[in-house]
Design a protein around this ligand. Structure first.
Ligand SMILES: Nc1ncnc2c1ncn2[C@@H]1O[C@H](COP(=O)(O)OP(=O)(O)OP(=O)(O)O)[C@@H](O)[C@H]1O
Length: 257
């Protein structure tokens, strides 16, 4: 699998606070990689560094073979590195459709406003917001705003999509729909880095998982190996989660064996 994104020794200090420290990892074409860790671990900071919202104190980001460490957010988006924001901020007075159309026009792929609108509508249908296209963005519920955020980033025609807690606040049936949506995005060939607190989502989607703690990458690998890593259990998952997983694994083993 081709390496798309290479993060090398990325560090960010805010005054005396080390938000990320020497973080290195790669994303390969077509992968879904989960990024987990406790609150304040540095996950959003990492996404901000990769997309040029923040400038790294040290380290580099290479995207499709090009050093993009110093690129600005709009350059990152146009180059195929799109992201969602944890705090969703649509243009409230614009309709849902207008919000996404702005993304299509900005990505410069659209030849005209009419084409941008057609593309935007397709993205809205894809994320399940087709029927709300003509409502003001401010009238959407939080889960729908998260879907709008997703449609806006898809309008950039990304190669890599960095998703920052797009599933927060969803109920059980909405989570099932969200899982299907993430899979459909991956099936389009888009590589996904998924910041996510819902372990059910992380475990069902990710081929690999990265774990940040106090700004450092403390574990990386296949999901099952990562969640049984004692450092991850101690720093993030807790012993109750580990015990539940173990019980579930032996129950499944019993069924199949
Ligand atoms: N602009 C900033 N200025 C100063 N400190 C910051 C800034 N942004 C983040 N931090 C600090 O950096 C650390 C990492 O924060 P970050 O938001 O990246 O964590 P996170 O893993 O995304 O957390 P959460 O799961 O709560 O979203 C925190 O201690 C946070 O307070």
């Amino acid at each position: 699998m081709t390496t798309l994104l290479e993060v090398k020794n990325l560090s960010k200090r805010f005054g005396g606070l080390q938000a990320t420290k020497n973080v290195s990892f790669t994303l390969r074409e077509g992968e879904i990689v989960g990024l987990i860790g406790p609150n304040g671990a540095g996950k959003t900071t990492l996404v901000n560094l990769i997309t040029g919202v923040l400038t790294a104190s040290e380290g580099s980001v290479v995207f499709r073979g090009r050093d993009v460490t110093r690129q600005r957010p709009f350059e990152a988006a146009r180059s195929g590195l799109a992201r969602t924001f944890q705090i969703v901020q649509p243009f409230p007075h614009m309709t849902v459709l207008e919000n996404v159309t702005a993304g299509s026009l900005f990505a410069a792929g659209a030849a005209s406003r009419a084409q941008a609108e057609r593309e935007a509508m397709a993205h809205l249908e894809f994320v399940g917001l087709g029927e709300q296209a003509h409502r003001p963005a401010s009238s959407l519920t939080l889960p729908s705003r998260k879907r709008l955020e997703l449609a806006k980033s898809l309008a950039m025609n990304p190669r890599v999509l960095l998703l920052d807690e797009v599933n927060a606040g969803l109920n059980t049936s909405e989570i099932e729909k969200a899982l299907a949506l993430m899979r459909a995005i991956a099936a389009r060939g888009i590589t996904i880095l998924l910041i996510e607190h819902l372990m059910k989502v992380v475990l069902s989607l990710s081929q690999r998982v990265l774990v940040l703690h106090h700004g450092e990458l403390i574990s990386e690998g296949e999901p099952q190996a990562v969640i049984s890593d004692p450092r991850v259990v101690e720093a993030y998952l807790g012993s109750k989660f580990a015990a539940r997983q173990q019980a579930q694994a032996s129950a499944n083993g019993g069924t199949h064996g």
